[in-house]
Design a protein around this ligand. Structure first.
Ligand SMILES: C[S@@+](CC[C@H](N)C(=O)[O-])C[C@H]1O[C@@H](n2cnc3c(N)ncnc32)[C@H](O)[C@@H]1O
Length: 324
């Protein structure tokens, strides 16, 4: 479940979206620590064990789709997944996000005393105490990557984090998985699975219809989008695939001593604003009480009274070797 766009008074991205996907860069930066907490550690650990078995002695060759501002790459280094030579192709349909990713990763590398150089415009070299990573940034849609024949069978790992609800899975998934080597891995995480909860219960009674319409708007954009998690749970057990690990990665945010972390505040405000914007008369009249609902929920963030949950699922699947 992805909130897009920002509330009027909230911070907006410094770089315009070239392709107009509308994901606020501040939302993506704030989401990082919420995702850190949510990501399923059992699935992550399975990935850490499986990747060296897949790569053998070769440098890991990784592609990420919908990479946004580069938070997953930072995490993969910080959490020790990348601890040797690797090539990391970070892609997104939004060139603006990839430009911000350069800034985000430069600041991140700086903080850790790592070096990040850009010998060419879209090609960087990241050296940390453990890892040496050739970085390539490419503004390209996942659909286009799935169609590529020249890179078929070459990636040890494809990553898609909080993006597959935006992609036509039956059309794109087979091509994406065909990019993997024999025993290549797909790590697909924070896949929204149909449940959103705000607490305390909304006294006006309109919230049920607002959330129903919000989920319906995802379906209107792409059939099945609001049930991406469970769809993947069955798709990733299809022919030629072995589901190695699966688990929940719910976003759960609640106040502590009537406050939140700075990231949680930004995330919650932008999420509420995203719901309001999505339903504000784009297709027919907005649901009754929408503006009052948003005002109440924003106020509850300010006063440390709001609790939020969204159900997500994580997966690690392996491409079985093709028969000789
Ligand atoms: C919710 S954001 C998640 C970004 C990043 N994975 C993260 O979690 O911070 C979704 C990202 O997918 C990108 N995106 C949307 N549709 C896409 C497509 N068809 N192909 C590639 N990227 C896409 C958006 O530009 C955006 O950066």
């Amino acid at each position: 479940m992805e909130a897009s766009n920002s509330a009027g008074e909230r911070p907006s991205p410094q770089v315009a979206d070239d392709f107009g996907t509308g994901f606020d860069a501040h939302y993506l930066a704030a989401k990082k620590s919420i995702d850190d907490r949510a990501l399923n550690r059992y699935v992550w650990t399975a990935l850490c064990h499986a990747l060296p078995q897949t790569t053998g002695a070769e440098p890991a060759n990784i592609v990420e789709i919908g990479a946004g501002i580069g938070t997953m790459l930072a995490r993969a280094v910080d959490w020790g997944l990348l601890n040797g030579p690797a090539t990391y192709l970070a892609t997104d349909c939004d060139a603006g996000h990839l430009r911000l990713a350069r800034q985000y990763l430069a600041a991140w590398a700086d903080e850790r005393g790592s070096t990040l150089h850009w010998p060419e415009k879209q090609c960087g070299r990241l050296c940390t105490a453990q890892a040496e990573i050739a970085l390539v940034f490419e503004a390209v849609r996942a659909e286009e990557i799935a169609r590529r024949t020249e890179s078929r069978g070459t990636f040890h790992l494809v990553i898609a984090h909080a993006v597959l609800d935006l992609i036509d899975l039956p059309a794109v998934l087979p091509g994406l998985l065909s990019q993997l080597t024999d025993n290549g891995l797909a790590y697909f995480t924070c896949n929204f699975d149909g449940a959103t909860l705000f607490l305390p219960e909304y006294s006006g009674g309109e919230e049920q219809e607002i959330l129903r319409r919000y989920h319906a708007s995802m379906e209107a954009r792409l059939t099945g989008a609001s049930r991406t998690g469970r769809r993947l749970l069955s798709m990733l057990q299809g022919p030629g695939l072995e589901l190695l690990a699966a688990g929940s990665s719910d976003w759960v945010i609640h106040p502590r001593n009537l406050t939140y972390s700075g990231d949680e505040v930004v995330f919650l405000h932008l999420l509420i604003a995203g719901v309001e914007q999505e339903l504000s008369g784009k297709s027919g009249p907005p649901p009754p009480g929408l503006a009052a609902w948003a005002r109440t929920r924003h106020r509850q963030v300010e006063t440390g009274a709001l609790t939020f949950l969204a159900r997500n699922l994580d997966f690690l699947t392996r491409r079985r070797p093709s028969p000789p």
